[in-house]
Design a protein around this ligand. Structure first.
Ligand code: 4NP
Length: 156
């Protein structure tokens, strides 16, 4: 199974989701290949944002990523494209080469355990915000990634 997490800049949220999900999937013995990308071009080739690196290190989660931009060809490389917010979903669906590809775009919040009461929530963008917002972003990402690991483990 190949999964790509996608946000706007690929320096804050999706590199966090990639690292957190890989960490949890490894613990669960799930056989997955995980990447992340952004819909925007601004941070291609750059390391993740300091806020994401700092919070990942605090949680003992390794991060190994260089910024890249998601393109139409990537739909052929990933079975699941996991977006952070509804803006990312809209851009990805517009970019998708066909309906089958567009149908493989989901929002990370769909896998949060409280989705039944709150509905699908976006992961808010912490870019340019205080470090505390990176901490809450990681909390939200980690909870939903646990749900995604469970979802995929059920498919085994
Ligand atoms: P991300 O945050 O989508 O979570 O990586 C952003 C980072 C950079 C920009 C926007 C969002 N930017 O416009 O440069």
């Amino acid at each position: 199974m190949r999964i790509c997490f996608v946000c706007l800049g690929n320096i804050c949220r999706s590199p966090a989701a990639e690292a957190v999900f890989l960490h949890l999937a490894d613990q669960a013995g799930l056989d997955v290949e995980v990447e992340s990308a952004g819909t925007g071009p601004w941070h291609v080739g750059e390391p993740p944002h300091e806020g994401t690196l700092t919070e990942a290190a605090r949680r003992g989660i390794p991060v190994d990523h260089v910024g890249r931009q998601f393109g139409p060809d990537d739909f052929a490389r990933f079975e699941l494209v996991v977006a952070m917010d509804s803006g990312n979903v809209a851009e990805l669906q517009e970019m998708a080469p066909d309906e089958e590809s567009a149908a493989r775009v989901v929002r990370l919040g769909e896998f949060a355990p409280d989705v039944g009461t709150t509905g699908v929530r976006d992961v808010p963008d912490p870019y340019g915000r205080p470090q505390a917002e990176f901490v809450t972003m990681f909390d939200q990402v980690e909870t939903a990634c646990r749900g995604l690991v469970e979802h995929l483990s059920g498919d085994r």
